[in-house]
Design a protein around this ligand. Structure first.
Ligand code: ZN
Length: 238
């Protein structure tokens, strides 16, 4: 069983009827629901307004894969929790950053770049698989079509990924590195672009499969701390 913690800032759903009509249990609720319907995962949720944003040491210690959805409240995530998540990724916890999570403190801390991109609302997207032997693409068609998606376009200011699994093409002409992977310490990080709050993207069966594949791939075999004789702990290695 893979233990997944689905984190969501959970603000759009409480402020906007348009969003809550798509995700009545929150984006985190919908993602946890399709994960729990699959026999391979035990998914729980955590949100910004919970104490310690729901991400205590105990929660992260037992988390194999953390998923992160945020948009309008990135600045409200405390630096202490960002460092805590960072250290757990270094020790092997998988991290899947979803959609507008590209600007989260956690992702920017791990990437070391601005993670800026171009965007515009409302376009048709085809996610083309450009790495069909990658485990994240397992069982999926050569492209996934999303009739109405938010356009995210290049240039996406990230370090060169280890792998690009899907390249997004938008009807307006833009392209985007929509699904890409990074290793940080002993942790695997996946960025997945689709998932705008007003679109029912997390009900799309192919997107659900893609997220489940990513969680299986990012789950650690075993967690361990990167060691250096001169800097015995991550605490001293900042
Ligand atoms: Zn969006």
């Amino acid at each position: 069983m893979i233990n997944v913690t689905v984190w969501n800032e959970y603000r759009h759903e409480l402020k906007s009827e348009e969003v809550s009509s798509v995700y009545p249990d929150g984006i985190h609720g919908q993602i946890a629901s399709f994960l729990n319907a699959d026999g391979n995962f035990t998914a729980t949720t955590a949100t910004l307004d919970e104490p310690e944003h729901g991400l205590t040491e105990e929660v992260l210690e037992k988390t194999d894969v953390l998923m992160w959805w945020g948009h309008i409240a990135h600045g409200e995530v405390s630096d202490e929790i960002v460092e805590r998540v960072y250290k757990h990724v270094m020790k092997g916890m998988g991290l899947i950053v979803l959609h507008s999570g590209h600007h989260s403190k956690v992702f920017k801390r791990l990437m070391g770049t601005t993670c800026n991109l171009k965007w515009r609302e409302g376009d048709r997207e085809r996610l083309w698989c450009i790495n069909p032997t990658h485990p994240i693409a397992k069982g999926l068609p050569e492209y996934i079509e999303i009739e109405n998606d938010e356009m995210y376009g290049e240039h996406f200011d990230i370090p060169r990924p280890d792998d690009i699994v899907y390249l997004g093409w938008f009807k307006g002409g833009e392209v985007f590195r929509s699904v890409c992977t990074f290793s940080r310490g002993y942790g695997k990080v996946v960025y997945i672009q689709p998932g705008h709050e007003t679109n029912p993207t997390y009900y799309n069966e192919h997107i659900q499969q893609l997220i489940k594949n990513a969680a299986k791939w990012a789950a650690p075999e075993q967690k361990q701390e990167p060691k250096c004789p001169f800097f015995p702990s991550l605490e001293e290695n900042k």
